[in-house]
Design a protein. Structure first.
Lengths: 380, 117
């Protein structure tokens, strides 16, 4: 056989061999070589002469590209994410991108409403941040999916799913966010469309479905943790203006002092949500874990409240403190909210009232969570 | 109009081809096992299958042979023939018994389909 033909075959087999494991490489390429030579013998007989280089390559193309040929010999999954996992991956990507998009749109609206110096820059920054976060999300989900596919990992929440957890999957359709199936049915009844749409009902996200709440919380807290660690930026929180002047919000020392406890608190919450997803029947243990999280949250809220100074607002050379104060927890303060002057000090006072009330309501909801979960933990 | 007709026909052909391949896929393993009652190497096995109307791509046949061997249904041996080393395959005892059972199953499916068709 001509040297040129041998070169072409060698190059082809080397490309196949490079994709195979060292244990099987020699055996498979020897068999493929024999196949190629048999095919060329057949060709030579039909032509009555030795095949040219182009004809040899045509035979190799018929056998297949080295990557495709080698892939057929490879044991294990032949796709990064197989047909069983793909719908889960797609749901994660859709829901995650929608939540990210909603957060970025909200953040952008805040920036634009507060009168940015450069709206174009704010929009560009929001797009940049969204694409960065979106690509990271897709990358992380693909990596997780590939690992699950490779090691055949199928968590219990994939195989032992319950009908009452299915509303969580409405997260991938923003039209159904916050809508209950019953509400949707009522709306259809009013418009006389119920009979047309009866097979497909919008489903509710969250509500009484523990898994639905867990998925939503995981996404939301995950985004918070990424922002807290500086891995994610929301332009609206960074660039603000006040009365046409650039405004700055400086965090008080309490936030840096509590950086690690707040991070641990958020991670602890994510841990409880993951536990909810993986152990949907461990109701009592979940209640105990939620009590622990609520107690930690109460301690954090109390510590932050006690610190008093939360932020410093600065604009046009003026600064004013945003503070937490028990004296702000009166109905009169709520009634007169926004009536004060529109200068830096006035806005700081308004923010102080809002944040103090938010802290108080959070504390009440945590106390409620402790009692409600204590009941779940002990009830027969 | 002619153009539309041509596109529709091509789509039909494509659909038929994909369904035909799906229909054949399940029967190819049976065909390979049946052909290897007699010892053969990859190239002659492919020719034997083609002679009986079952064309099979090399990139499908060769990995299938290795899989069947790994499952214990085939035995293989490297031997020199016509001045070249070739890998010969033949059914193992396990392969023979499995072929018998699969043949019975195939005939039952074939009978059912014949009645339906």
């Amino acid at each position: 056989m001509a040297g040129k033909t041998e070169d072409i075959i060698d190059r082809y087999l080397e490309a196949v061999a490079a994709q195979l494991s060292p244990e099987t490489r020699d055996d498979i390429t020897a068999e493929l070589r024999e196949l190629i030579l048999s095919r060329l013998d057949e060709k030579e007989e039909a032509l009555g002469r030795a095949p040219t280089g182009a004809e040899v390559e045509a035979v190799l193309r018929e056998i297949g590209h080295p990557l495709g040929v080698a892939a057929r010999y490879r044991p294990g999954p032949d796709s990064l994410i197989g047909p069983e996992l793909f719908p889960w991956w797609l749901y994660g990507v859709k829901a995650g991108l929608l939540v990210l998009g909603a957060i970025h749109v909200l953040s952008l609206v805040i920036t634009l409403v507060s009168g940015p110096r450069d709206a174009g820059q704010a929009i560009a920054q929001a797009f940049h941040s969204f694409f960065g976060a979106g690509l990271t999300l897709i990358g992380v989900l693909t990596l997780a999916g590939a690992i699950m596919e490779h090691y055949r990992i199928r968590p219990r929440w994939m195989t032992e799913w319950r009908a009452r957890d299915l509303p969580a999957f409405g997260l991938s359709d923003p039209l159904t966010w916050g809508v209950t199936a019953r509400e949707a049915m009522k709306a259809d009844d009013r418009t006389g469309q119920a009979w047309k749409t009866s097979p497909i009902r919008p489903v509710r996200v969250g509500g009484s479905s523990p898994a639905g709440e867990a998925v939503f919380s995981l996404l939301a807290i995950g985004l918070f943790v990424m922002w807290w660690l500086g891995l994610l930026a929301f332009p609206g929180l960074e660039a603000m203006t006040l009365g046409g002047e650039a405004a700055t919000i400086t965090a008080a020392p309490i936030w840096s002092a509590l950086f690690v406890p707040i991070l641990l608190y958020a991670l602890g919450q994510m841990g409880v949500e993951l536990f909810t997803l993986t152990n949907p029947d461990a109701v009592r243990l979940r209640a105990v874990l939620r009590i622990a999280v609520a107690v930690a949250g109460l301690w954090l809220t109390w510590t932050i409240f006690q610190a008093g100074h939360w932020f410093t607002l600065g604009a046009d050379g003026e600064t004013a403190r945003v503070v937490g104060d028990r004296a702000l927890l009166t109905i009169d303060r709520i009634r007169t909210l926004g009536d004060g002057p529109r200068d830096v000090a006035g806005i700081a006072t308004t923010l102080s009232v809002v944040f103090t009330w938010v802290a108080a309501i959070s504390a009440v909801s945590m106390v409620w969570s402790i009692f409600a979960n204590a009941w779940r933990a002990v009830r027969p | 109009m002619w153009r539309l007709g041509a596109i529709a026909l091509s789509a039909d052909d494509e659909l038929f081809e994909s369904m035909r391949l799906e229909l054949r896929r399940g029967s190819l393993v049976l065909a390979v096992l049946a052909c290897l009652r007699t010892e053969r190497y990859g190239y002659t096995l492919r020719q034997a299958l083609a002679a009986d109307g079952l064309e099979m791509e090399e990139s499908t046949l060769y990995p299938l042979l290795r899989r069947l061997e790994a499952q214990g249904l085939l035995l293989s041996e490297w031997r020199e023939e016509e001045k070249r080393k070739k890998r010969f395959y033949v059914l193992s005892p396990l392969g023979l018994s499995l072929l018998d059972r699969l043949t019975t199953e195939w005939r039952a499916i074939n009978g059912s389909l014949d009645r339906l068709l």
